[in-house]
Ligand binder design. Structure first.
Ligand code: GLA
Length: 684
């Protein structure tokens, strides 16, 4: 893999803010005019003005339209589009047009196609059919990006570069020969000698010792479990390889337009496992995210909040761009149900409440043909005489009314620690149970914090934790010494730290930390586990103690506690009756370290989260009904704050808040939020 690392001499201060030329919050979406005749494109401009659109992503999938045959370039439609948008005062996030190679390219060079672990080739005809590490593909993609940048470098509509699209979305792991070669190069950089690789991968086992880097392959389909560290390193490599592609494209753009900011749309959510976005963030001039709710999930607004809080964590707390979400149904879930009345506004403003300074959609106009024709857009198939269009216009008005929140930040006193290598490691095969799902545990704790009204920053284990009084660490199976010390330091400084089962087990090479689990956190927690007792399918246990009695499943472990550690709950039954299930150690320095040794049912998670949040002093003072989301953004200088109240229930809600309500433009001294509605108060 070619590593063109960022030129250290690059002066980032010359990069313009992404929202220069936009008043207030950005509003818009992906715009694909090449799918429509001219009369529709002209109508688009009128409708964009009506909706208040001020930012569009253009030319994402346009390679084959710009270059239908190799070397034959047609820019006329894109020239006209950018001129028209500029004429209407709309700024453009211009794409590199590389998101899908044109058919002539993959037919001429089938060697650039990606492969699955079993050797299956992924062909053209869908999208994203390229091996991200293939040097030939890279050259073609960089050439395309440079052509776009050279042509439009001085175009007045250009606000921001949109690199490729959802990099890694369909092919997060490629097992082609190009990937194998790049993996070997990556390993040689990581380990320098093959002996160091052998030590890290534990290849004394099963005759796996390598005599040369040349013998190493990606973890292809094998007769039984592939080496776990090989799998883990392939995860790391794959995330890095995708980022390397971004970086190469970005540097190509930077060489031509050093002042234009660059981003790519991430997919931070509970389901995007492939890319370690915390490691990507420093390479983006502004963090942009795409998020889609799952229609079948009754708590999809909570998962949405998680995604937004994670995106803010990736952005290091800075405002970010919601690059895509949907106005209504998508086309790729098993049953694509539209949103409920008011859900579009609630979804969009929940993102804004949690730090987005842009609200954008896939896509401006719902397609008439192609695989996404049943995906909603801002302009539906039914046209403008529709509730959806009225909602889109209404959302534009709401965003204009909220313009003053731009640039302000969420300041949380609670952190939820999340880590991609821990996620990859926790779900490797050949573990005590195959049922453990990392994100289930993350979601379970996030959900209860959400329901308690505790806004949490979602941050990596090595993040600065000084600002937090509560730090929740779900199932951090793999943790570096540095990450473990950082978490411990938070408790030593006075924070309440909650760690759940199967944490601290291995180091970065997936080697078990010996001497008793939970290895890296044993001293902090004052807990020593001799053996795991995962529960069988459908087996439940009951735990009880100071916080009440709760069901638990999936996991138990045989532990003892150090002197002075409080046992807050024990197992009443199951394989370990009387054993500690929930413990708390008072940490010298004022903080505490809680250990949750089993998978508690939601009521148990709620009780522990409430007790820990109470101890940490982070429960919100505001009273509101459950299901009413309350989040605050504050100006950088701390003089102004805005309370977002999003009512996900079908009853009106009363919130103690006083000030100026921006959506109704009224002064309030007690806030009533209509059923399913949203209010935003500039606090007095
Ligand atoms: C992703 C892609 C878009 C579109 C949407 C559909 O976000 O970036 O091109 O396919 O999904 O939901």
């Amino acid at each position: 893999m070619r590593r063109r690392t960022t030129d250290p001499a690059f002066d980032a201060t010359q990069v313009s803010p992404w929202n220069d030329g936009i008043e207030g919050l950005a509003y818009g979406g992906d715009y694909n005019p090449e799918q429509w005749p001219l009369d529709v494109q002209l109508e688009d401009i009128e409708l964009m003005r009506e909706a208040g659109v001020n930012l569009l992503s253009v030319a994402i999938f346009s390679w084959a339209t710009i270059e239908p045959r190799e070397g034959e370039l047609d820019w006329t439609w894109l020239d006209a589009t950018l001129d028209r948008l500029h004429g209407a005062g709309i700024r453009v996030a211009l794409a590199t047009a590389t998101a899908s190679p044109p058919p002539w390219l993959t037919r001429k060079h089938p060697e650039i196609l990606p492969r699955l672990a079993d050797g299956t080739v992924l062909h053209q005809g869908g999208r994203q059919a390229y091996a991200v590490t293939h040097p030939l593909h890279r050259d073609y993609a960089l050439t395309m990006a440079a052509r776009v940048a050279e042509r439009y470098q001085d175009h007045p509509a250009l606000a921001l570069w949109h690199v490729d699209n959802e990099i890694g979305c369909h092919v997060p792991r490629d097992y082609s020969d190009a990937a194998a070669a790049a993996f070997r190069e990556w390993l040689a950089v990581r380990y320098t000698t093959v002996d160091a690789l052998n030590a890290a991968w534990g290849t004394a086992f099963w005759s796996q010792r390598y005599g040369s880097f040349d013998d190493v392959l990606p973890p292809l389909s094998a007769p039984t479990f592939a080496n776990p560290t090989q799998q883990l390193d392939f995860d790391r490599f794959s995330s890095d390889a995708l980022l390397d592609y971004y970086r190469d494209l970005r540097d190509t753009l930077r060489a031509i337009t050093p002042h234009v900011p660059t981003t790519t749309n991430l997919m931070a959510s509970t389901s995007t496992k492939g890319m370690d976005y915390f490691s990507w963030a420093p390479e983006l001039d502004v963090v942009a995210n795409d998020h889609y709710t799952n229609a079948a999930d009754p708590e999809r607004h909570v998962e949405l909040s998680f995604s937004a809080d994670l995106t803010r964590g990736i952005a290091g707390g800075a405002p970010w761009v919601l690059m895509e979400h949907s106005t209504a149904a998508v086309n790729w879930q098993p049953r694509n149900r539209t949103k409920q009345p008011g859900e579009l506004l609630r979804n969009s403003l929940s993102h804004v409440a949690r730090g987005a300074d842009a609200v954008m959609f896939f896509q401006w106009r719902a397609s008439q043909a192609g695989a996404e024709k049943f995906h909603s857009g801002m302009v539906p198939h039914a046209g403008t005489d529709s509730q959806l269009w009225r909602d889109v216009v209404g959302l534009g008005q709401a965003l204009r009314a909220l313009g003053e929140v731009r640039g302000s930040r969420v300041r949380s006193r609670a952190a939820l620690v999340v880590d991609w290598p821990a996620w990859w490691g926790a779900e490797l095969d050949s573990h005590p149970t195959q049922e453990l799902r990392y994100m289930d545990q993350v979601r379970a704790w996030y959900r209860e914090l959400w329901r308690l009204g505790v806004t949490a920053d979602v941050v990596p284990p090595t993040a600065a934790l000084d600002a937090y009084d509560l730090v929740v660490v779900p199932t951090l199976y793999l943790v570096t010494d540095e990450g473990a010390a950082n978490v411990a330091a938070a408790a030593e400084r006075g924070a309440t730290v909650v760690i759940t089962y199967f944490s601290g087990i291995v180091d970065e090479h997936d080697h078990v930390r010996l001497g008793g689990y939970p290895g890296a956190f044993r001293d902090l927690l004052g807990v020593r586990t001799e053996e795991f007792f995962p529960l069988l399918a459908d087996e439940q246990v009951h735990v009880s103690g100071a916080l009440g009695g709760f069901a638990a499943d999936l996991w138990t472990e045989k532990s003892s506690v150090a002197p002075g550690v409080e046992v807050l709950a024990v197992y009443d039954d199951g394989p370990l009756p009387g054993g500690p299930a929930l413990t708390r150690r008072a940490v010298p320095g004022g903080g505490s370290a809680w250990y949750v040794a089993t998978r508690l049912a939601p009521e148990g998670v709620e009780a522990v989260a409430r007790a820990a949040a109470t101890e940490a002093g982070v429960l919100p003072g505001l009273s509101a009904r459950p299901g009413v989301e309350l989040v605050r953004r504050r100006s950088d200088d701390g003089t102004r704050s805005w309370l977002f109240a999003i009512n996900h229930t079908d009853e009106p809600a009363h919130v103690e808040a006083a000030g100026f309500e921006l959506l109704t433009a009224t002064t309030v001294d007690a806030l009533k939020v209509p059923a399913g509605g949203v209010r935003v108060v500039r606090e007095a």
